[in-house]
Write a protein that binds this ligand. Structure first.
Ligand SMILES: NC(=O)c1ccc[n+]([C@@H]2O[C@H](COP(=O)([O-])OP(=O)(O)OC[C@H]3O[C@@H](n4cnc5c(N)ncnc54)[C@H](O)[C@@H]3O)[C@@H](O)[C@H]2O)c1
Length: 319
């Protein structure tokens, strides 16, 4: 948790723990009303570490509305960039949103935008996602606000440009902690909320095309984004037993505060645009919409995979 940041859009203040939240928007429908397809009792497959239980199924795979399911979505890194665009995209589909970020003002602003623009229930918390002791209290507060959490997007991330020549614990650990360790611990913490929300629950981890290749100046970042893909595949295997899906997106260059400072480097922007078949840098909303798709039942048979969203950059090579 990061104390000190305000939450301008509503009624801030600690309740049960270290995360601070702001609730705003209209009340979410009840879980019973929201859940269209109860758990089936037709299958009993198990995996290591998982108790034997019927495998949940959705009743009508392939015949779903774009916004289904209507459960709440937790978005980390939601104060800015891809996280904020994702919160707005899922709100546009009518889903309640919990916005977490160590930038509490930005998170509260995003929640307020979701509620004001799309009329959904939205709350915000000031939280450092690497502080696992803050996860439980913050989740309890988000559940209190949204009534359910059946979607998760890990968009909190840092880049830490550094080649292997200069890597040490101080430059390596924070990148791996935010980008991977926090995602793993949150995926563990979300298993129970996902069970309560029911089949159709889904998570999307934000990796990068840097997780598929290697940039010399991004040793920790490339490692973390490749690890995100391994984590995603492992958890997809485990979560499937409960009827939940896990996927990742690998964005290319996106105009967010993480990348925009690099536009000042001579020739940087031009080089990226030349290497991208679509000839431009993405708007964050162009990553958010594929994430929304992966969270929805429109992707009901998609799990354990990653979607590259890079304007074609990784599809071509120039010799
Ligand atoms: N911008 C790009 O070109 C690009 C490309 C590929 C992948 N990505 C990935 O997309 C994700 C989102 O990045 P973005 O481009 O929107 O950057 P951004 O800087 O706009 O957003 C990142 C957000 O994460 C938050 N954050 C960082 N550390 C945190 C922590 N410990 N606890 C809570 N919140 C924390 C920041 O406060 C910020 O709001 C990152 O994982 C990034 O690696 C970005």
């Amino acid at each position: 948790m990061t104390p000190g940041a305000g939450t301008p859009a509503g009624t801030p203040g600690p309740r049960n723990g270290p995360a601070r939240r702001t609730g705003t928007g209209t009340k979410a429908p009840s879980n019973a009303a929201r859940r269209s397809t109860p758990r089936s009792t037709s299958s009993t497959r198990t995996a290591a570490g998982a108790a034997a239980r019927p495998r949940p199924r959705r009743a009508t795979p392939g015949h779903v509305a774009p916004a289904v399911p209507g459960t709440g979505v937790l978005v980390t890194g939601g104060a800015s960039g891809i996280g904020r665009a994702t919160a707005l995209a899922v709100a546009e589909a009518g889903r309640p949103v919990a916005v977490w970020d160590m930038d509490g003002d930005g998170a509260a602003e995003t929640a307020e935008m979701c509620a004001r623009t799309h009329g959904v229930r939205a709350c915000a918390a000031t939280i450092d996602v690497t502080d696992s002791s803050a996860h439980g209290p913050a989740l309890a507060e988000a559940l209190d606000s949204l009534e359910s959490i059946g979607g998760f997007v890990h968009a909190a991330g840092i880049s830490g440009p550094m080649s292997i020549d200069f890597i040490d614990e101080a430059t390596w650990d924070p990148v791996l902690d935010v980008n991977v360790r926090a995602a793993a611990l949150l995926l563990r913490a979300l298993l129970e909320p996902f069970r309560a929300a029911g089949p159709g629950s889904a998570a999307v981890l934000v990796s990068s095309i840097e997780g598929l290749f290697g940039s010399a100046m991004l040793a920790a970042y490339c490692s973390s984004k490749a690890a995100v893909l391994g984590l995603m595949r492992s958890v997809a295997h485990r979560y499937a037993i409960d009827g939940f899906r896990v996927n990742a997106v690998c964005p290319g260059a996106v105009a967010t505060p993480m990348l925009i400072p690099a536009f000042d480097l001579p020739g940087f922007r031009q080089r990226i645009e030349e290497r991208t078949p679509l000839g431009r840098i993405a708007d964050p909303a162009e990553i958010a919409r594929p994430i929304r798709f992966l969270l929805s039942d429109e992707a009901s048979f998609v799990t354990g995979t990653h979607l590259v969203v890079d304007g074609g950059m990784t599809s071509v090579t120039a010799i």
